[in-house]
Design a protein around this ligand. Structure first.
Ligand code: URA
Length: 239
């Protein structure tokens, strides 16, 4: 492929025009040699660098975002800031999107990717990839919720949920851990309303077998590499 395409496909902060300017300024190299033309051909394994910084070609990108409150998981919604604004320029790619939404007031793990196939598998109701939440309730946690959640709650007078695993968080009387195998609209909040309680704070801490990194501050992004990408689908089952 052409080197200007190689670079701009990996870095949406650099348009083809920007790349041409960088090449003219002698700031782009391929396998150690300064590139003279934007038409210069490279392959996915070439060592391409801008200002000495190597750009490793990746077909897809996978980002773990620790979403703070106040951000929406859509491209644009009124005046609210979006999760896209939290993605650092070097990770911005065409086709990047949040695979699975969290509410504006929910915090925690959002996967940002441009891999439509993986997102489909992760979100498909057929695969039931588990998503784990830490839930803070308004009223005290009750042990009898566990059976109701395990049997499959009926929410909003008719919608049946898949069995979900609920457990208390030790030392806390209003905090619990919930594992869901589907993603209905406002599901966690609606499930607790169905048992007469209310969610006051919600955090997603795990997708599939991959935990939200403890050191990742709210609003920060981390690139997920190789074997950790596979973990995103861990625990999936099929109907
Ligand atoms: N369930 C909810 O109610 N809200 C979320 O953001 C995610 C799951």
């Amino acid at each position: 492929m052409r080197i200007d395409k190689f670079i701009s496909s990996q870095r949406t902060d650099l348009s083809r025009g920007d790349v041409k300017k960088l090449i003219r300024a002698g700031r782009v190299t391929a396998d150690g040699a300064v590139v003279k033309s934007p038409e210069h051909k490279v392959s996915e394994t070439s060592e391409v660098a801008v200002d000495g910084e190597v750009i490793t070609y990746k077909e897809h990108i996978y980002l773990m975002l620790n979403k703070p409150q106040g951000y929406v998981c859509s491209a644009k919604e009124g005046s609210s800031p979006t999760v896209y604004e939290l993605v650092p320029p070097q990770f911005r790619r065409r086709g990047l999107f949040p695979a699975g939404r969290l509410d504006k007031d929910t915090v925690g793990f959002v996967l940002m990717t441009d891999d439509g196939q993986l997102a489909h598998e992760m979100l498909s109701p057929v695969h039931h990839v588990p998503k784990t939440y830490i839930v803070t309730l308004e009223g005290p946690y009750r042990e009898d919720y566990e059976n109701s959640f395990a049997e499959g709650l009926v929410i909003d007078g008719g919608e049946k949920c898949l069995p979900a695993e609920l457990s208390p968080v030790e030392g806390e009387d209003r905090v619990c851990r919930l594992v869901l195998h589907e993603g209905k609209f406002h599901q966690v909040k609606r499930m607790f309303e169905a048992v007469g309680n209310r969610v006051v704070f919600l955090q997603r801490v795990k997708i599939g077998g991959l935990d939200l990194c403890e050191n990742l501050a709210l609003g920060e992004c981390l690139e997920i590499m190789h074997k950790d990408v596979e973990k995103l689908l861990a625990g999936a089952g099929t109907d």
